[in-house]
Design a protein around this ligand. Structure first.
Ligand SMILES: [Zn+2]
Length: 307
């Protein structure tokens, strides 16, 4: 990962604001309350320094951070930009502790940044609604599950082994992917994830798990490989794309986070899925995609100091 640390956007608050505005508003300010573009005017004097814009039609004032994960934060924009850039670049994921050390900010601030950048990288509580279904006619979608965490050696002495949490990955070949943390891998649970997030016109690819026996018939086509008979690839039938995402996620969790509580696993899975979906871009372009994705995202729970 190479970052130009001397770039003024990481040091100069005005430059950082101008950069953010260029990313979020390429054609000039957009009112986050009524979507007005023509009559949103920049205010002068002291308000100008703070980037305030007045929307004439709805009479509301706003800045570039309103309606994003950055709203109402007292963290300088230079720090936000650095966090976007670091988290866009890191293949193994970036923990709050790493941000704390690399950016010279308090752990508490780093934790806040870490959670909110991840929130931007996610698709929200209803991905089918925010991003539409995966797959479609003539498209192949892989579905596979893995279990994350719960390594006995990570358990504290005298405490029971933490349980492993299942994650389902859905990957459209040549398209996007999503990962969903689930309570279990029963046919009922997996079906709910698939039918809400994958178009039934898709060609489904899975392993030979019984979970997919009936579920597969709800899709246009279904092929499976017999993992239980050591068969991993048969022509187009394989789950190797899902496997490679799982490998990245697991390496990241072991290398950067050591362990992840079940409560936060979905955010980590989203962070890795975001980088996967934008892997063709360079690090700067990927960071800019995070900036665009900050729109309309909010953390709905009260943060704790948990990493
Ligand atoms: Zn307005």
């Amino acid at each position: 990962m190479t970052i130009n640390l001397t770039d003024p956007v990481f040091h100069d608050e005005t430059k950082a604001r101008e950069f953010l505005e260029k990313q979020r508003w390429p054609h000039g300010p957009v009112c986050p309350y009524c979507n007005e573009t023509k009559n949103a005017v920049r205010l002068g004097g002291e308000a100008a320094a703070k980037g305030q814009v007045l929307c004439r039609p709805c009479r509301k004032k706003f800045t570039v951070t309103v309606g994003t994960v950055m709203e109402r934060s007292h963290i300088p924009l230079t720090k936000w930009l650095m966090a976007f850039r670091l988290m866009a670049s890191s293949k193994k994921g970036m923990s709050a502790h790493q941000l704390h050390r690399m950016m010279g900010i308090t752990y508490k601030t780093a934790w806040f940044l870490n959670m909110r950048v991840r929130e931007a990288m996610g698709l929200g509580p209803d991905p089918a609604k925010s991003a539409g279904p995966l797959g479609g006619a003539g498209k192949i979608v892989e579905s596979d599950e893995t279990f994350v965490g719960g390594k006995a050696k990570n358990a504290k002495k005298g405490k029971p082994t933490p349980k492993k949490t299942p994650v389902v990955a859905l990957i459209e070949r040549g398209g996007e992917m999503r990962a969903k943390v689930v309570a279990d891998v029963t046919a009922k649970t997996v079906r709910k994830v698939l039918v809400t997030q994958v178009s039934r016109k898709s060609h489904l690819m899975t392993d030979d798990s019984l979970v997919y026996y009936w579920l597969g018939r709800e899709f246009a086509a279904h092929d499976s490989v017999n993992h239980s008979k050591d068969e991993y690839v048969r022509g187009k039938a394989h789950c190797n794309t899902a496997e490679s995402y799982f490998a990245l996620l697991k390496r990241g969790i072991m290398g950067s986070f050591h362990s992840v509580s079940e409560q936060h696993l979905q955010r980590y899975a989203d962070e890795f899925a975001f980088r996967w979906n934008h892997r063709q871009l360079d690090d700067t372009a990927r960071a800019n995609e995070i900036i665009k994705a900050t729109k309309g995202k909010r953390l709905t729970y009260r943060p704790t100091n948990e990493a």
